[in-house]
Every structure is written in structure tokens, then in C-alpha cells.
Design a protein around this ligand. Sequence first.
Ligand code: NAD
Ligand code: TYD
Length: 353
Amino acid sequence: MSVVHHPRKMLVTGGAGFIGCNFVRQILGEDPELEIINLDALTYAGHRISLEDVENRHSSRHHFLQGDIRDRKLLAEIFERHEIDTVVHFAAESHVDRSIDGPLDFIETNVMGTAQLLEAARSAWKGRSDARFHHVSTDEVFGSLDENGFFTEETPYDPSSPYSASKAASDHLVRAWARTYGMNVTISNCSNNYGPYQFPEKLIPLMIRNAVEGRPLPVYGDGSNVRDWLYVIDHCRAIAEVVRKGVSGRTYNIGGHNEMKNLEVVEILCDTVDALLPGEKPRRELITFVKDRPGHDQRYAIDAGRIDRELGWTPSVDFEKGLRETVRWYLDNEGWCRAVTEENYGGERLGQG
Ligand code: NAD
Ligand code: TYD
């Protein structure tokens, strides 16, 4: 069914995390009639400080609730009290390395949490055709590519890590709720994001932070693994398009057309940090090859043809520009970095199995 959906009361889950906070900031700025209930458990990855400007600027249209997507009673209350017409579901445990160290949290939140959310929406909406559930997922559900080919929406699922397996399971649940209960759903599977507010455990912010502090830059294996990097703002634009104009029941792949080897990414980052904050020695000297991640997928690459053809979305920020903005943001926001990591992450290597 292809009808334009106009969200008015949106439940965003995980809106204090990296992509969620960027999405909330962007869509509230764009749509003056939209109201958002932002539900986030504030795990190690979610922080109210990432929403400070949003809470100041949009206090009448942004309502933050600390809570867990597995809490069915809380979900029922939210749907009833706020007459939610749209769900945009970001909340998840999101770091592959942490999923290697502790997979069960990923099953709990990503699988059970998504099931609870679907059930809450189903019972509140009772077959309403003007309500919509958008599930934010990853290209990692498709597994690993060799040097050729791209993931399309038809690529069979073949996840490698506990993280990607839990996201694959959640995607299947969302499709099952559509087929079985006729729920209006869309799914997007996106490649690796980078940009402001990303928790400094992921490749790009971790490397920026280490480079600035003169610490080793740990590249897994030989650095030849390939990821397709997309600026977070472009991902958020794509999600907004899918929510409004995506065909119910359909999946959209989102990617940056920007495949790069990890080593290349780290080298460009070193040069960008050197240019913005000259140091005594070139930061490239900090690059250190370390033991590979178990089950490390070799290559991800997205064919984003469907979302381009059907919804007119293409990425707008090129990698060099996006990376420069990102490095600048981290240099200007050292206080944010300190605040989000001080209690629970000291930059140590995770996920060695
Ligand atoms: P993130 O880890 O930065 O944020 C996740 C947020 O979810 C945090 O604010 C956390 O507090 C919250 N959360 C975790 N468990 C919760 C629970 N049980 N109840 C309520 N809130 C909970 O993750 P992100 O990078 O912003 O990713 C957001 C979504 O996008 C995830 O579903 C992820 O799988 C998907 N995704 C991420 C990328 C990427 O490159 N980061 C790419 C494609 C898809
Ligand atoms: P990451 O940001 O964890 O995203 P994902 O594993 O979901 O793709 O890692 C991106 C790539 O960078 C991945 O191939 C693993 C690699 N990597 C390193 O080489 N060193 C690091 O310290 C980290 C965190 C990741």
C-alpha cells in the first residue's frame, strides 16, 4: 500500500543513543507539528546529555521517558496515554564486540524487546491502518561479502555475530507481525554510520579519541575489512523518508556508496586529526595491528538502488567532508566524550572472545 504517512505522535525508542538522538533533533526541526515520546533505558550507550539542545529547543514537543522496551506495562501506558500513531524503533544493544563478550543482553533487548514493542503496538492499534511501525536495522544481517557484489533487499540473511543474529531475529519478528496481524511496518537495513554523538567504542570515534590523546590505534587483523560508511544525518533523512513514504511491508537498504578498508579509514582519520590539531608526530605512527575479532565479517557493501528509485533518497555528505565535521565535533565536544564514558568505558579492547 503506497500512501503518504504523516506522523503526529511518534514513539522513538533508543532516542538517547547515537542515531536516535540525531534523528529526533533532525525530525523535530523539520516538522513543527510533530510530537515525540522518546523512550530510552539510558544504558551505557544512552545519555540525556546527547539531547540537551533538543530538550531546550523543543520542550513542548519532546518528552523524554527513561524506561525499558521490555517493560510491557510501561509500553501499554505510553500507547494509551499518548495516542501514538508512529513507532520508530532504534533501541538496541548495538556493538558487535560487546555481543561477543555478552550475547544474552543482545537477545534480551534486540529480540525480546522488539517482540514486546510489537505486541504493545498491535494491542493498542487493533488493526488501525493509519498507524505505522518502522524498524531500524543493519546490513550486518546479510553476513559477509567477498570482494564482489552488494547486499540487496533480496540477499538471504546469514548473520555472523550475536549482534547481527539478534538483529536478524528482530527483523523476522517485524515481518511476521505484518504478515500475521496485518500490521503496517517498514524496515531499513543500513550500513555503518559515523558522525556526532557516537559512543567512543566504535571504530571512528574510538580512533579520533585515541589519536587526540596519543594512544595506540588498534586495527583488527590486517585492516583489510571493508565497510560502507554513511554520515548519520543521511541515515536519519532516509529513515524519515521511509516512515513517510515507504510502502507498507517493504524493506529498504540504505548505504553510502562509500566502501573503504578499515586501514584506509584510520589513515584518513589520522591525517584529518593532524590537520585540525597538529601534534609532534604524525598520528599514523600510532596505528597498531592487533589480533582479529572472532567471526569478523570481511566486507559489507549496500545496493541502495531501491530507496533511490522509489523514494528519491541518495546520500548527500561525502566521506571526507563528513569525517572532517565529525573530527571537529569530537574536538569541540571533549566534555561530552568524558561525560558519557567516565563511569563505564576507558577505551579498552572489547570482544576478544
Ligand atoms: P546506540 O548503542 O548508540 O544506542 C542505542 C540506544 O538504545 C541507547 O540510547 C540505549 O540506552 C538504548 N537502549 C538499549 N537497550 C534498551 C532497552 N532495553 N530499552 C530501551 N532503550 C534501550 O546505537 P545506535 O548506533 O544509535 O543504533 C541505533 C539502531 O540503529 C540500532 O537498532 C542499530 O542496530 C541500528 N543500526 C546502527 C548502525 C550503526 O552504524 N550505528 C547501522 C545500522 C543500523
Ligand atoms: P565497528 O565500528 O565496531 O562496527 P561493525 O563491527 O558493526 O562494522 O567496527 C567497524 C570496523 O572496524 C570493523 O571491521 C571492526 C574494525 N575495528 C577495528 O579495526 N578496531 C577497533 O578498535 C574497532 C572498534 C573496530
